[in-house]
Ligand binder design. Structure first.
Ligand code: PLP
Length: 427
């Protein structure tokens, strides 16, 4: 499939049925797989043969959908996980042990921020957070001898900052570690981080990839470009024998292209079991088949809504990298030339009370904590996700009380703008 354009890969990647086989990816709803001899099954357990034995580790439906995502990102291997949280945890924990350290952009999804700063800290993995806008010097100063990974989001949820992927990749590689990029918001239709130097890509497939709000899921993709053996001292998990797997050395046996995902499956999925169900993978694939068509419309609607909001007197500020005045516009032109995403955030002049009236008057846009599906939705962090904070604390966190995050769906942009206009007029 690698010779085809991304639109074709969205539709047909990952699965090539033979004559007389199902046209659509079959849902293999089976926990286990049958073998004729113990010897044949033993070969699978030894990772000497490829095949399936238990759906906690691998399932054909999930693997076909993962293969499509690998092709979309231009990677060598991928795996599905039960959620985006699990994908980011697996990507980082496949690199880090107790006593190691991560450098991360500070503007990342709240769940990932907690994962790294609280839960992984309890496991003895420390982190230094840097502004995505930091200078190269500031970025280099965040590294320690025990740093094992750099992390950031192509477009951050909900801050909507754009990551300078080349800057972060350059610093990571100068320190002999990979760059992990969460590419959930642009999807590979908008940006392929491997082309700019990222080594591992993660997704919350719950968002645009699914696109219809039906199944929580995640994915981890390997570029196959990071030379683990050249930095063997940093990555003993990949470069020295795994005693829990008959002394296999992943980087030797599976090479640069296969080591990362094989270890992630054989160790982390085996022990932690955050697997995606074949039914969810099937839904995910339906979303992927139209991803290229939908992303174009999400971006068009996001752009139109952002431009409309920027023209309104009730609005203090609009954050959307597609607007020429946005601080991330130049980075967006470089990394996201075909559009960014459908999520726009804006601050109402009247603060919390204005946001409450505005949201209560919306008819099309529903109040939800979700983003990135077909139906437009919005959220005022001050009265929902961040409601325990005072106005001063909200400002310090970069979430002013009047901030509204709106995820533009696939409706007609004229109807969305009409809905927003009548709600603004009610303030
Ligand atoms: C939603 C989200 C996650 C977490 O994904 P879940 O599927 O909800 O676990 C991680 N990263 C980003 C950028 C997200 O938007």
């Amino acid at each position: 499939m690698s010779d085809y354009r991304i639109e074709t890969t969205c539709v047909q990647g990952g699965y090539a049925p033979g004559s007389g086989e199902p046209r659509q990816i079959p849902i293999i709803q089976s926990t286990t797989f049958k073998y004729a001899t113990s010897e044949a099954m033993g070969q699978l357990f030894d990772l000497e043969a490829s095949g399936y034995f238990y759906s906690r580790l691998q399932n054909p439906t999930c693997d076909q959908v993962a293969a499509k995502i690998a092709a979309l990102e231009g990677g060598t291997a991928a795996m599905l996980t039960s959620s985006g949280q699990a994908a980011n945890f697996f990507a980082l924990f496949n690199l880090c042990n107790c006593g190691d350290h991560i450098v991360s952009s500070s503007t990342i999804y709240g769940g990932t921020f907690n994962l790294i700063s609280v839960t992984m800290a309890k496991m003895g993995i420390e982190a230094t957070f840097v502004s995505p806008d930091c200078t190269e010097e500031e970025l280099n100063a965040a590294f320690r001898p025990n740093t094992r990974a750099v992390f950031g989001e192509t477009i951050a949820n909900p801050a909507l900052t754009v990551l300078d992927i080349e800057k972060f990749a350059g610093a990571a590689h100068a320190h002999g570690v990979p760059l992990v990029v969460d590419n959930t918001f642009p999807t590979p239709v908008g940006c392929r981080p491997f082309e700019w130097g990222a080594d591992i890509v993660t997704h919350s497939t719950t968002k645009y990839m699914d696109g219809h709000g039906v199944a929580v899921g995640g994915a981890v993709v390997d570029s196959g470009k990071f030379d683990w053996m050249a930095h063997a001292d940093k990555f003993p998990g990949l470069c020295t024998p795994d005693e829990s797997y008959h002394g296999i050395t992943y980087a030797e046996k599976f090479g640069q292209a296969g080591a990362f995902i094989t270890k992630c499956t054989a160790q982390l999925m085996r022990d932690l079991g955050c697997t995606q169900s074949p039914q969810s993978a099937f839904y995910l694939n339906l979303g992927l088949e139209s991803l290229h068509v939908r992303m174009q419309r999400h971006c068009e609607n996001g752009q139109a809504v952002a431009e409309f909001l920027a023209s309104r007197p009730e609005v203090e500020a609009v954050h959307y990298c597609g607007l020429p005045g946005d601080p991330y516009h130049a980075l967006a032109q470089k990394y996201l030339p075909n559009g960014s995403c459908g999520v726009v955030s804006f601050e109402l002049k009247g603060g919390r009370p204005a946001a409450e009236v505005f949201m209560s008057k919306l008819r099309l846009a529903a109040i939800e904590t979700h983003v990135a599906d077909a139906r437009t939705c919005c959220l005022n962090p001050a009265t929902s996700t961040h409601r325990q904070m005072t106005d001063e604390q909200l400002l310090a966190a970069g979430v002013p009380a009047g901030l509204v995050r709106m995820s533009c769906g696939l409706e007609a942009k004229e109807d969305l703008i009409g809905d927003i206009q009548q709600a603004l007029e009610a303030i």
